[in-house]
Design a protein around this ligand. Sequence first.
Ligand SMILES: [Zn+2]
Length: 411
Amino acid sequence: MRYSKIIIWLLGLLFSLYYSLTAQSQEDILQDLQIDVVYLASDHLQGRETGTIGEELAARYITKRFKQIGLTPKGEGNTYVQPFAFNFSTNPHNKDSEARIGKNIIGLLDNGAPTTVIIGAHFDHIGRGAFGSRFLDGPVVHNGADDNASGVGVLLYLADALKKSNLKNNNYLFIAFSGEELGLYGSKHFVKQPTIALNQVNYMLNMDMVGRLRSDKTLIINGAGTSPVWKETFPKIKGTPIKIETFDSGTGPSDHTSFYLADIPVLHFFTGTHQDYHKPTDDSELINYEGMHEIADFMLALIAQLDKKGKIDFTKTKDDSQRQAASFRVTLGILPDYSYGGEGMLIDAVLDDRPAHAADIQKGDIVIKMGDKKVKDIFDYMEGLSQFNAGDTTTVVIKRGKSELKKKITF
Ligand SMILES: [Zn+2]
């Protein structure tokens, strides 16, 4: 044997020894995912409502896991925690709002790269269902296993996998957001007070509800129009059982919206809504852990495809409300601001040559009444809209600055 051959053989031996010591078996991976989800979605955490002890316990658990994985603290003052204060009104009839403090948990995988990828998932849920519950029979713990212990589980898996990988051309910032369910407060705060320079951010991946992959293995991806790179890259991901269904819009009712509005390319991964959504029965027994693993590996393959691409381009998306619009006979031709937490429905954009545009309704206006229907939030707005047919005329009341204006609309 030549000397160089012996060296190669020795290196091979060392590599396989190293691999057998560090590689996690499929069984270990599924078990880790399950441990994270079962703890976060246990009754002990009381539904993880922002500002409660349940949220605090969840924050401590995620902090411990970030430390274990070896992420660098990137919250405030050398800790993993970024606290934020917000005012929240549980009763829309009541102007008094409650001051609360939430906590984002933030850890960095620093590869010394010029750009950083943000990977996020919210860890808060709706507690005992005082706000946002679809369960009507009194206060009960809403465990939120799919929404969104599942997203946090995938986040922790990705942090560990990226730490061990050779994908070094980006840094990775992992954020477990709080305040999502009450109005995207944690992600809005991070974008306003980022702990890294936002102009270094390459793109943001958000997992919200990734625990119910169905047997046809369809993964919904929102935000596919926020960079031209996304749709070029998806077909290059081979050897995955995942089938994707993409939607262009960069806005939606989850934390990626906050980053899209800061001109950052985003994707939101989602396995679809279900009968346990925002009910006490969103439990860990119903989670598809293999599915979570398949989604996580799909995301790793996507990240690997982009490793040497440098900073990807951002594009604004058009209204992608076909899915919601399908259940309405008419539309106003506006885009709601999903991240708005105040009373009424804030208009983010007005589309040309549609009813709202014709009635001189403008971006920044807040819809507070549609016909006789008072609009306290986006759901009231949708309900209001569903009463009308094409050709109907009604009055829409909007707030513009301090004045209230009545606008006549013809659908
Ligand atoms: Zn959620």
